[in-house]
Design a protein around this ligand. Structure first.
Ligand SMILES: NC(=O)c1ccc[n+]([C@@H]2O[C@H](COP(=O)([O-])OP(=O)(O)OC[C@H]3O[C@@H](n4cnc5c(N)ncnc54)[C@H](OP(=O)(O)O)[C@@H]3O)[C@@H](O)[C@H]2O)c1
Length: 262
């Protein structure tokens, strides 16, 4: 990295984008890397592959006690990656209420708590970077994934807000808005990605997400939307009349839901 970060904490490091980011960042030889997730085994496997001092923090960041465990590891962190997250698919009125609440805890509350804890030291040092992994879905409402898309809209807007608050301080805040990436995300949220009609249009490779995130960390952009289809989709989501976007997505996602739920 052109900017050398020495102490890194990554949530969602037990798989998918977070694990791949850990590998990319480890190549730059930090002095300390903390991997956060609930599943110990994949993090131990990953740590064994990384050529840097690595610590594993097993925590359910949907809970206050889990987040407290992560806060205990926050000392000296100069690169914080808020990557943990999950979604769900289906109408809101039949969704598991506890799962919906936990989604907001993981996707929104945890990044706020961790960022608020990490920032004072970064401000004092006049350097540091926070990466928030939001989603292309944050650019528009997404019927049948309503809570997930809204949680990512929150993350995107909040993250962009603090990007500007911190401009000129030496601390950067980067927001990553991927399209669909084939990771554990579909299985974790019971989202039938491979059968949803619109997904191929916005699919992006894991490599492309990692490359654009690393470029953003190095200063190329504050917000990155990797993947051409995803970039176009988010542009349409932002610029087309809101009622039209909502109606078209409601129709397309509803059709998928009816087809897939029999
Ligand atoms: N894949 C996509 O299509 C896509 C598209 C746009 C944005 N994103 C975002 O990218 C981020 C990474 O997702 P991914 O694609 O890499 O999916 P993934 O393979 O399912 O990884 C999700 C990560 O989040 C962690 N996590 C989930 N709930 C947690 C909890 N309660 N406590 C602690 N850790 C938790 C998981 O760890 P444990 O299971 O070990 O707890 C896992 O490491 C998410 O924020 C997701 O919303 C994904």
């Amino acid at each position: 990295m052109s900017e050398a970060y020495s102490s890194v904490l990554i949530t969602g490091a037990s798989g998918g984008i977070g694990a791949a980011l850990a590998q990319a960042i480890a190549a730059f030889d930090p002095d300390r890397m903390v991997l956060v997730g609930r599943r110990a085994e994949p993090m131990h496997t990953l740590a064994a592959q990384l050529d840097c001092p690595t610590e594993i923090c097993i925590a359910d960041i949907a809970t206050d006690s889990g987040r407290a465990g992560v806060l205990d590891q926050m000392h000296g962190i100069d690169l914080l990656v808020n990557c943990a997250g999950f979604g769900s698919f289906g109408p809101f009125d039949s969704a598991d209420p506890d799962q919906q609440r936990r989604m907001v805890e993981v996707n929104c509350v945890a990044p706020i708590v961790f960022t608020r804890a990490a920032l004072p030291l970064m401000r004092k040092a006049g350097r540091g970077c926070i990466v928030n992994v939001a989603s292309g879905m944050g650019y528009q409402p997404m019927p049948f994934m309503s809570t997930y898309a809204a949680s990512k809209a929150f993350l995107l807007h909040w993250s962009e807000g603090i990007t500007e608050e911190l401009r000129g301080t030496g601390v950067r805040v980067v927001t990553v808005c991927p399209g669909t990436v084939h990771t554990g995300f579909g299985a974790a949220g019971n989202i039938p990605l491979s059968e949803m009609a619109g997904v191929p249009l916005v699919t992006v490779s894991l490599d492309a997400v990692i490359a654009s995130t690393m470029a953003a960390i190095q200063g190329r952009s504050d917000v990155t939307r990797p993947g051409l289809g995803n970039w176009v989709g988010t542009a349409v989501g932002r610029l087309a009349p809101r009622w039209l976007v909502r109606r078209v997505l409601g129709w397309a996602m509803g059709r998928d839901y009816r087809k897939l739920s029999g």
